[in-house]
Design a protein around this ligand. Structure first.
Ligand SMILES: [Zn+2]
Length: 503
């Protein structure tokens, strides 16, 4: 519990509102980072869960602190907040009937999970089409949707894709099918995947970006279920899969009609990224982005427990504290050439959703953000810990190494920390064409990081009641100031070519 800090935190809040722009020079200090963490991890913020009262307190605080440092709003003309439409889908029930002629095809029990895009979905008499992986890759001459008319159809595809670079994910493929007119898409799960686990995963209530491009119903079918269905259609599943290999595959309309009813518990809500900008002197319209996620897990324990709030002091109040102080130093220092975007993302803990929304729909020209730096879970390692780099391109690593060594930091070059690459917001930016790194001490000493992950991480213990190690965070924050200056300078970091941009 962090109750005993409440009074302290409130007095800091009062200080934060006191007006005049802060001109900050000199290195970032532990006291500065700690002051923000003490506010953001206070119980009053209730664990900063997207869509709660804690969100408003959090984004208000970040906006106020950035504005006080002279950062300008950049979500749009004069707005700090970029809305992120989210949807939470809970339990879903379905009734599915497959018929051939007048005969119903019996499907094994529990062989299908389906979710609706909207609360109530009803599809009757739809043609059923087997579409292979359901992939369209124009650049490689692959169009597995050729050969059938998907308008109003229920499409069957293989859930897993081949291990091919650039092969579209299941979600991307079901959106291709929806674009082709399919109303429902069912992924056949191969015999090697544990169906019970897939089923639980697919049925589990989760929050996602509210994506209007999804089909009306989508889900997964067990191998057993698919075998029964395709046999009922008078075909052999192995032959269906193997008769037309690779890029020559054409979709096959089965002699089957489907009736599909799905009822899904759905809650739609809007959360917000905070986006600010430090305007550069250049005319290229290029920018770099510094980001950290503001959200955490909220009230995470049932009623009656002594401490119910996952405050997220280290994860990621320490990252937001870093972002605010780094932005202040950059604004107070020599004007950068490129613009510097300051991005506090929402819904990282729900699957990098705010970062994904930003990357898909940035408030600046697509392709104009040349590099990103993520600040997540900063306060773990002590001072003197080497810098490890997670993600990014070789060009970025070279410049980061030079800057870090210039500041007297040691480098950790074993790249062991890359196992964390998909677990942080930088991944959402990188996969959307904005090469993004974490250059941090917390990923250098893997034993320390593992101890944090096994300890207070994602528990009510990540709060203000335990001592927080700021040594590494302070050094990393000051490194980030220097990195941002260097990467905002085209003379030090050239505009990446299409080849080198990580695309
Ligand atoms: Zn987390």
């Amino acid at each position: 519990m962090s109750r005993r800090f409440t009074r302290f935190a409130l007095s800091l809040l009062a200080l934060g509102t006191s007006g005049a722009a802060l001109a900050q020079t000199g290195p970032i200090t532990q006291a500065e980072l700690g002051a923000h963490v003490n506010v953001l991890a206070d119980d009053r913020f209730e664990g900063r869960k997207p869509g709660t009262a804690g969100e408003r307190l959090t984004t208000d605080y970040i906006v106020r602190e950035l504005a006080a440092r002279g950062v300008e709003p950049a979500a749009s003309e004069s707005n700090w907040l970029q809305p992120v439409a989210l949807v939470e889908r809970g339990a879903a029930t379905h009734r599915v009937t497959m018929t051939r002629g007048s005969a119903q095809i019996a499907l094994p029990a529990d062989s299908l999970v389906l979710t609706g895009r909207d609360p109530s979905v009803s599809i009757t008499g739809a043609p059923v089409i087997f579409a292979g992986h359901g992939a369209v890759m124009t650049d490689r001459g692959i169009d597995q949707l050729a050969g059938a008319n998907f308008n109003g159809a229920v499409a069957l595809i293989l859930y897993e894709g081949p291990e091919v670079e650039g092969f579209p994910s299941f979600i991307e493929r079901i959106k291709m099918l929806r674009a082709a007119g399919a109303r429902a898409v069912i992924g056949i799960v191969g015999p090697d995947l544990p169906w019970a686990q897939v089923r639980r995963f697919a049925a589990g209530g989760s929050v996602q970006l509210d994506d209007p491009d999804l089909p009306e119903a989508y889900g997964a079918m067990s191998w057993e279920g698919a075998t029964a269905l395709i046999q009922g259609a008078g075909q052999d599943i192995e032959r269906l899969l193997n008769d037309q290999p690779g890029s020559s595959f054409r979709s096959i309309t089965l002699p089957v009609r489907a009736d599909v009813q799905v009822t899904t518990e759905i809650r739609r809500f809007t959360s917000n990224n905070v986006v600010g900008r430090i305007r550069g002197s250049g005319q290229s319209g290029e920018s770099i982005v510094l980001l950290g996620h503001w959200d955490h897990l909220g009230i995470c324990r049932p009623e009656g427990e002594a401490d119910r709030i996952c405050n997220g002091a280290v994860d990621n109040a320490s990252g937001i504290a870093t972002l605010i102080e780094v932005a202040g130093r950059l604004k107070a220092g020599e004007r950068p050439v490129r613009d510097i975007l300051i991005l506090a993302t929402t819904a990282e803990e729900m699957g990098l959703l705010g970062a994904e929304a930003f990357a898909r729909n940035p408030p600046v020209r697509r392709g104009s953000i040349v590099a990103g730096f993520n600040a997540d879970t900063m306060a773990v390692a002590p001072a003197g810990t080497p810098v490890a780099v997670i993600g990014g391109t070789p060009e970025m690593h070279t410049l980061i190494g030079r800057i870090a060594i210039g500041l007297g930091r040691r480098l950790d070059i074993d790249r062991e920390a890359d196992i964390m690459v998909r677990r942080q917001d930088g991944w959402a930016l990188t996969r959307n064409g904005i090469p993004t790194v974490m250059a941090v001490s917390n990923a250098s000493d893997m034993n320390l990081l593992r101890a944090f992950l096994a300890g207070p991480y994602h528990k009510p213990d990540d709060d203000l009641s335990r001592p927080i190690e700021y040594g590494g965070a302070v050094e990393d924050a000051n490194l980030l100031v220097a990195l941002a200056r260097a990467f905002a300078d085209p003379a030090q970091f050239a505009t990446p070519t299409a080849e080198g941009s990580g695309q």
